[in-house]
Design a protein around this ligand. Sequence first.
Ligand SMILES: *Cc1c(COP(=O)(O)O)cnc(C)c1O
Length: 403
Amino acid sequence: MNSKDYIQLEDAYGAQNYKPLDVVLTRGEGIWIWDVDGNRYLDCLSSYSAVNQGHCHPKIMRALIEQSQRLTLTSRAFRNDQLGLFYEELCELTHSHKVLPMNSGAEAVETVIKAVRKWGYKVKGVARDQAEIIVCANNFHGRTITIVGFSTDEHYREGFGPFTPGFKAIPFGNARALENAISSNTVGFLVEPIQGEAGVIVPPAGYLADAKKICEKNNVVFILDEIQTGLGRTGKILAEEHDHIEADLTLVGKALSGGFYPISAVLSNVEVLGVLRPGEHGSTFGGNPLACAVARMALRVLVEEGMVENAAKMGEYFISQLRNIKSRLIKEIRGRGLLIGVELLPEAGGARRFCEKLMKAGLLCKETHEDTIRFAPPLVIKKDEIDWALEKIEPVLMAADIC
Ligand SMILES: *Cc1c(COP(=O)(O)O)cnc(C)c1O
């Protein structure tokens, strides 16, 4: 079978809820990934930052194999010998006190909504069914009905109503708007430290610290969705560290397993998670020993192999070199660590065709929203590999024939 055959099969039998680039991948190692025709690409998406540790990291792979030969699933009806160690190691790394493990990012978001609502009724004293959660315009928190219900992107919502009530959207990056939106029924403020899917939008300096202060003053739980920004991507374990703050609740997912296995978690600094009592929330696979063993190793290699520091250093280098590209099609280059967005001007005609050109040149990138190319390679990338990427990127961004 060749690429064409695989693509035909997918399209014949699969729901078309994605519009992938037509490259059929079969093997990965570190920052590199190969298609079925033997072409090699530098992965500049890292599966939306789930593969921060690089493809098929050998130590994580070994942890997965060893654990899968011993015990994979017990359900939470019983305890297992990986869960407590996973909790302890994750809490130590993120300076948290409590963990609630789930599988996908969206499930972690749903979990946090349940927990802060319950906290609102039990602890803050909000009247029954009146709890309100504030979110930001252009947010991305996942794809469930409740989550798309508070998206401000019509494309994510259209045709999926009716939606869950109890959410209010305010502009991102504006602390004053948060202060004005809070009422006595507000239980939580849910925000991404950097809006990844919106096009790598970095808020003004001091925004997160101000938001945290405002939440504290008003007895509102401050919730950071670090599913994409967390675990080294921005050059810190959590992006909140750039602002010297600690969220009350933090969501992690994606790179928590280095791309081997779905696992997510809600991390808690205040006692919000304590309001959940036995039977009020759960998941058959959440906290299973295989996920925990994989995540423990994924966290360990992130630290032991210096990936977080490397992301900071290489990210700075990558951005500065991108800024040297004098293309008249570039509107703005922004980012932090190895989460980088290159926004093109409208006359560039959308980022998609640039991604297709980059693919032909050996770089796998994905457009976010219409006009932004995201560069987010695995955190193990080295300087000469960034130089290799830049050699491919520059001519594509300079190409006259594209406009
Ligand atoms: C990917 C993502 C999610 C959703 O995670 P899934 O595992 O796809 O459900 C939530 N929030 C942010 C910021 C994300 O990037």
